[in-house]
Design a protein around this ligand. Structure first.
Ligand SMILES: [Fe+2]
Length: 173
């Protein structure tokens, strides 16, 4: 039986999340934090609070992919898959809001375009949540969802968000 080790964490007064610290199978650790991590230092934009949030997203996505791809029966993974999806949905919302707030603070010129792209992605996540809520929680769909998240996150944080960092650096000179 698969056992997921959670740790409660409070983000803001209304948001409580559970970090996945590791996964154990019959007493033996089959996965521990740090074994599979998609975050790269080059994804940093140089703004600490945004970098921390991006890192959190990559960390959770790494855990998610690890769990989805593990060689264990699908029904044993389902709880952690559902938990991570709920986290993703909330955290993406929280992070996008904060990143947009930051862009406003610094008078970032591309804020409207950036907001549009965030909104489109939020909608995509919502569409998946709808599919899953209708009972279509199949392994194939979840794999598809995790692959989409991964591609989007690497492209967006690795390219588009980098421009925010560039703008901050240029302005500071
Ligand atoms: Fe962004």
């Amino acid at each position: 039986m698969l056992k997921i080790i959670f740790k409660r964490r409070l983000f803001s007064k209304n948001m409580l999340f559970y970090d996945i610290l590791g996964v154990k199978k019959q007493g033996e650790n089959i996965w521990k934090e740090g074994i599979f991590m998609m975050w790269k230092e080059k994804y940093k934009i140089g703004v600490e609070r945004i970098d921390e949030q991006h890192k959190e997203l990559f960390k959770r996505l790494s855990n998610f992919i690890q769990i989805v791809q593990d060689d264990i029966p699908w029904k044993e993974k389902l709880d952690s898959v559902k938990e991570t999806m709920a986290f993703m949905q909330q955290y993406v919302e929280y992070h996008f809001d904060d990143e947009e707030k930051y862009q406003k603070e610094i008078n970032y010129p591309d804020i409207e375009l950036h907001k549009e792209i965030h909104a489109k992605f939020k909608q995509e996540i919502y569409d998946y949540v709808q599919i899953f809520e209708q009972g279509e929680f199949t392994e194939e769909k979840v794999q598809e969802f995790s692959a989409k998240l991964m591609t989007w996150l690497i492209m967006h944080v690795g390219k588009m968000d980098q421009k925010i960092g560039e703008y901050v650096r240029e302005k500071g000179e």
